[in-house]
Write a protein that binds this ligand. Structure first.
Ligand SMILES: C[S@@+](CC[C@H](N)C(=O)[O-])C[C@H]1O[C@@H](n2cnc3c(N)ncnc32)[C@H](O)[C@@H]1O
Length: 475
């Protein structure tokens, strides 16, 4: 048994409010994991989702029972947070809305896409508890007096959530129903830990302080977690005791990192190479996830999708659409840790992946090795530069299929030109950034590639976000 009394968090420090917001109390916080308890048994089986929570009620309107399904029991800040505008409508309606949204965007994008077949939005098997990757804003509040704090006087509360511009405040998301249970548990512990270890918080008001954001990445398959403290300066003396406490109490936390960014500036932008300035505070790198039959290991700095179950579905759908025969050369641009590359390598002759992130390429090579996939090669660098180099070196002059899954800024430089020069028969473009997607697809169309199918995938139930898989063929 761990002796929690010797660790920095004391029983005095938790409160009924923390209980409501963070979902832990003295009891749960101090409790050793009991493999016999039903909740823990569920964890042992790897269930890390809240999807088993049933909608609590239907609203009866004058015109009959409406299909609004209230999740207020599960989310106390639904309106205030504003991140999940459709969480309280039926899932069927959410999917219909996303399909309609794509149709309207395609129509607005112009006549280039008038012949495209738009499929219905593919559902996510996990409707709640699907988010496994989040960047939270850290904030603080003081409460003075009042019934609960009469004895203690002033009390400092830590909020973990999202900044809401209309309120000019950070809304604490409590136990968020769309997040994995692992993530919610860790957040509860973080709120208390930050307070007890007196870690100062950088806020828009005070413009001083250390901690700005916390990134939490969790695995659906293993429930492992990696945390990144985004801070204004490299103050390991302050962060190490907090990190040690969290890692000691939450066995699933694999590693905790520090990333220094300019105060007030956003970090962890997927367009940026973030691997150069991550410092490991405690633990080790690598989170294990599963896609189909493959085991994937992700390090803290490589790209990881937020919803692993729908990601797996997207990979399978790409494989299905391509109908590979085992003779093809496939080029996977913006390949991340190799999810698409490894999936397609099963039925292609060879796959070449390119990504500019050192960590992603390292992970992709490791993932190929772990899964004994031998017909893949990964190259590190900017896509347009690497394509040009591989062509000049005669390593890659023709390809049968090109896959593109770029970050927010889409295809940069001469990427489209180089991709077209490979003369692929088929191009698959996957994106959530619609303006840039349509911009790039118009360039492909000019170069002779006709978009034929758009298929939306519900990557984020309850929100307005979804991803589109676009299938293009040579005219
Ligand atoms: C949406 S993720 C791709 C994820 C990947 N296809 C998967 O399934 O996991 C975008 C990737 O593009 C990479 N990236 C962004 N800009 C790049 C560039 N100019 N050249 C190469 N890679 C880039 C990022 O490092 C990131 O891994």
């Amino acid at each position: 048994m761990k002796d929690f009394s010797k660790i920095g968090f004391s029983s005095r420090s938790t409160s009924s409010r923390a209980d409501k917001r963070g979902g832990f109390s003295d009891k749960t916080y101090r409790r050793e994991r009991d493999p016999r308890s039903p909740r823990d048994n569920r964890s042992e089986r790897g269930s890390d989702r809240s999807s088993d929570i049933q909608p609590v009620r239907l609203i009866t309107t004058k015109s009959g029972v409406s299909e609004r399904v209230m999740h207020e029991e599960q989310c106390r800040v639904l309106e205030k947070c504003g991140s999940c505008p459709t969480l309280d409508i039926s899932y069927k309606s959410q999917l219909m809305q996303k399909t309609a949204d794509l149709k309207s965007r395609v129509q607005k994008a112009g006549s280039d896409f008038s012949t495209v077949v738009i499929k219905d939005c593919v559902e996510s098997e996990d409707r709640l508890g699907y988010r496994h990757n989040v960047k939270l804003v850290v904030s603080e509040r003081m409460s003075f007096g009042g019934r609960s704090s009469q004895k203690e006087g002033t009390k400092r509360w830590i909020d973990l959530g999202f900044y809401r511009q209309s309120l000019n405040e950070v809304v604490d998301i409590g136990r968020c129903p769309i997040q994995s249970n692992t993530m919610n548990d860790i957040m509860g512990w973080l709120r208390t830990g930050i307070r007890l270890h007196n870690v100062s918080v950088y806020t828009l008001k005070n413009k001083t302080g250390l901690l700005q954001n916390v990134v939490i990445r969790t695995s659906r398959h293993t429930r492992q977690a990696i945390l990144i403290f985004i801070v204004t300066k490299a103050d390991l003396a302050t962060l190490r005791p907090l990190a040690r406490d969290i890692a000691e109490k939450y066995m699933n936390v694999q590693g905790i990192y520090m990333q220094v960014v300019t105060p007030g500036r956003s970090a962890q932008n997927e367009d940026e190479k973030i691997n150069d300035n991550l410092t490991l505070i405690v633990g080790q790198d690598l989170l294990e996830e599963k896609f189909g039959n493959f085991v994937f290991k992700f390090s803290a700095a490589s790209f990881m999708s937020i919803n692993p179950i729908i990601t797996n579905r997207i990979y399978s759908r790409i494989e299905e659409l391509l109908e590979l025969t085992g003779k093809e050369t496939v080029v996977d641009l913006y390949s991340g840790a190799g999810g698409i590359s490894l999936t397609l390598a099963q039925s292609a002759r060879e796959v070449i992946g390119i990504d500019h992130s050192t960590s992603s390429i390292k992970d992709a090579l490791r993932n190929a090795k772990i899964n004994e996939v031998k017909n893949v090669d990964f190259y590190e660098g900017k896509v347009d530069e690497v394509l040009q180099k591989l062509n000049a070196e005669k390593r890659l002059q023709k390809a049968d299929v090109v896959i593109l899954n770029p970050a927010r800024s889409g295809c940069e430089g001469k990427t489209i030109e180089h991709a077209v020069a490979l003369e692929p028969k088929t191009i698959v473009y996957l994106s959530t950034f619609f303006d840039i997607l349509f911009r790039d697809l118009k360039s492909f169309k000019k170069a002779g590639y006709e978009p034929t199918i758009f298929e939306p995938f519900d990557t984020a139930p309850g929100t307005n976000n979804y991803e589109v898989l676009c299938y293009l063929t040579k005219k």
